[in-house]
Design a protein around this ligand. Structure first.
Ligand code: SF4
Length: 284
């Protein structure tokens, strides 16, 4: 399976988003998804371009709205593997309401966030993931707002799959995306994806110095939510690996009563009004 297309990414050389693109392509191939059975739905930002760089269905949506579109795609065609993607500004600022409710809804899609702790496309402003004191053109004397700990937030919102990785660790990132795709429910994967052009603080070297891999934490159990929260707090959120997974909780689709086994996308549209209304009632 070849998930490459002929479009040349216009990310800056060294941008962390290149690795995320490669990891999605490898993970999709490894789990046996076909290109015509994969949909990548992205928001706005440098990272949002990713949907055009992978040989699959793709939709480059609007700012902060990748998740509502992705959830609609999955509900219309449950046979598709659906990946939503975007940046930290996209998902944790304007799109935060969608993120929290998609998490608690546990709909069976994967959400990959390229977290560079800055707005890159608009040339470098403070984001919800920027640290206190971070200086940009929007905070010339340093940000006074605390950085949102998204992994703790996800656990609190009831996430059933919470993972974090680093663009420099393609092997770990690929393995986590594979697990996320295979997870029966909503999987959130936050990726430290350095913006080499505008973020001169949270660089590749900075992450290499500050990250702790959960594989190196003794007796870490990803099914223990309390331990997950405690470990995140101890390391100020700077851990990578599978942080938490709950395989018991049924997905949104499994919880719905009367949800049709036949994808809506496969229904014939040659319907008169009465037939159309009958079909819509079946899906309510
Ligand atoms: Fe990547 Fe930053 Fe360049 Fe955007 S501005 S492509 S995030 S390095």
């Amino acid at each position: 399976k070849d998930f490459r297309n002929k479009v040349k990414p216009n990310w800056c050389p060294g941008c962390g988003d290149f690795s995320v693109q490669a990891a999605i392509q490898r993970a999709a191939a490894n789990v046996g998804v076909e290109p015509d059975n994969l949909a990548i739905i992205s928001g706005i930002g440098c990272s949002g371009r990713i949907s055009g760089y992978i040989n699959s269905y793709g939709l480059h949506g609007i700012h902060g709205r990748a998740l509502p579109i992705a959830q609609g795609v999955k509900m219309a065609n449950k046979d598709l593997t659906v990946i939503a993607s975007g940046g930290d500004g996209d998902g944790f600022a304007i799109g935060m309401g969608h993120t929290v409710h998609a998490i608690r809804r546990n709909i069976d899609i994967t959400y990959i966030v390229m977290d560079n702790q800055i707005y890159g496309l608009t040339k470098g402003q403070t984001s919800p993931r920027s640290d206190v004191g971070f200086k940009t053109k929007s905070t010339p004397t340093g940000s006074v707002e605390s950085s949102l700990n998204v992994m703790e937030m996800a656990l609190t919102a009831g996430a059933t799959f919470v993972a974090q990785s680093f663009s420099s660790d393609l092997k770990e990132l690929t393995a986590l995306i594979e697990k996320g795709i295979e997870h029966k429910g909503f999987s959130l994967i936050n990726v430290f994806s350095p913006c080499v052009t505008f973020n001169k603080v949270n660089t590749y070297d900075w992450f290499k110095t500050n990250i702790t891999k959960l594989a190196d934490v003794q007796d870490y159990n990803e099914e223990n939510r309390m331990q997950a929260m405690q470990t995140l707090m101890e390391h100020n959120g700077l851990v990578t690996g599978l942080i938490y997974q709950n395989k018991q909780q049924p997905s949104y689709q499994e919880m719905l009563t009367g949800y049709s086994e036949k994808p809506l996308a496969h229904e014939s549209l040659q319907l008169d009004e009465e037939q159309f209304n009958k079909m819509m009632l079946e899906y309510m």
